[in-house]
Design a binder for this molecule. Structure first.
Ligand SMILES: N[C@](CCCC[B-](O)(O)O)(CCN1CCC(O)CC1)C(=O)O
Ligand SMILES: [Mn+2]
Ligand SMILES: [Mn+2]
Length: 305
């Protein structure tokens, strides 16, 4: 294993301050040292510097479009470099709008890929269906080829092109999906394992069916986009949009251990850790250490030793 770590201290895909300090909290919890201890090579590329965008008037309801566009352009270039250097990429967020640049850069380097999106939310609102205008609820609509007719021309987004097909996307952990998102998911026939399915099948079967679905599409490199709010807020409360009824700590490890064992894991996003949303130090510690443990499992750490 070799990990190439990119910190993306970015928060403009949503409106709650604090998520930009996610990368530094995850590093301070010992991510690099723990990866090295388990025999993983590590290259830490540090944090990207996102210049302030002074004039960024809303476009329709969309907030901070220009900032989100330029941040993701920079991230896409960085991701591509990390992949071309042969590492498994680790993108530390920052909010989930960063998946636009992360997936785009990954696809630019490798051509085709599959995406496993672990999240309480579908993050597939289009600019026109979004209630909030927060772009962290929309990244997949910019990435999916099938939705391009729904995306208007946006400032600072001309650098990107859609790079993912709906059949190469699998969701795990959904439990707060907006009506328009649900319609889109059904229309596109996206493979999904909402929490109801996780309860019904159990996480081992969910992972078996996820991998069967992906293998049937030709074993493409896997991009795991892990939103920490997929885990139950009793474990990971320090996040911007907590939703009760989430994955247990153990289910989170089952997911990441299983994907690691496929040997196809090529990039991991770990996003939406927001220390300011924790009520106590313990809230923050529980959230950040769970994020670290999930990442260690992505790089081969096994609970049996
Ligand atoms: N779907 C939401 C949440 C996005 C969460 C992004 B993340 O990266 O954390 O997955 C809106 C959620 N919805 C808004 C109306 C409320 O009544 C219920 C929640 C949106 O803002 O689009
Ligand atoms: Mn979420
Ligand atoms: Mn998300």
């Amino acid at each position: 294993h070799s990990a190439g770590i990119i910190g993306a201290p970015f928060s403009k895909g949503q409106v709650k301050g604090g998520v930009e300090s996610g990368p530094d909290h995850i590093r301070a919890a010992g991510l690099v040292e723990r990866l090295l201890q388990q025999g993983c090579a590590v290259k830490d590329y540090g944090n990207l510097v996102f210049e302030h965008v002074s004039v960024d008037e809303p476009v329709g309801r969309l907030k901070s479009v220009r900032a989100v566009g330029s941040a993701n352009q920079k991230l896409s270039v960085a991701m591509q470099k990390v992949k071309e250097s042969g590492h498994t990429a680790v993108m530390l967020g920052g909010d989930h709008s960063l998946a636009i640049g992360s997936v785009h850069g990954h696809a630019a380097a490798l051509g085709h890929l599959s995406v496993v999106w672990v999240d309480a939310h579908a993050d597939i609102n289009t600019p026109l269906t979004s209630y909030t205008g927060n772009i962290h609820g929309q990244p997949l609509s910019y990435l999916l080829r099938e939705l391009q007719s729904k995306i208007p021309v946006l400032p600072n987004f001309s650098w990107m092109k859609p790079c993912l097909s709906a059949g190469d996307l699998v969701y795990i952990g959904l439990r707060d999906v907006d009506p328009a998102e649900h319609y889109i998911l059904k229309m596109l026939g996206v493979k999904m394992f909402p929490m109801s399915k996780v309860d019904q099948l159990g996480v081992a079967k969910v992972m078996e069916e996820t991998c069967d679905h992906l293998s049937a599409r030709g074993k493409k490199p896997i991009h795991l986009s892990f939103d920490i709010d997929a885990i139950d807020p009793s474990i990971t409360p320090a996040t911007g949009t907590p939703v009760t009824g989430g994955l247990t700590y153990r289910e989170g490890l089952c997911i990441t251990e299983h994907l690691s064992q496929t040997g196809l894991l090529s990039a991991v996003d770990l996003v939406e850790v927001n220390p300011l949303r924790g009520q106590t130090q313990n809230d923050i510690h529980s959230t950040v250490s769970t994020a670290v443990d999930l990442l260690l499992a992505c790089f081969g750490r096994q609970r049996e030793g």
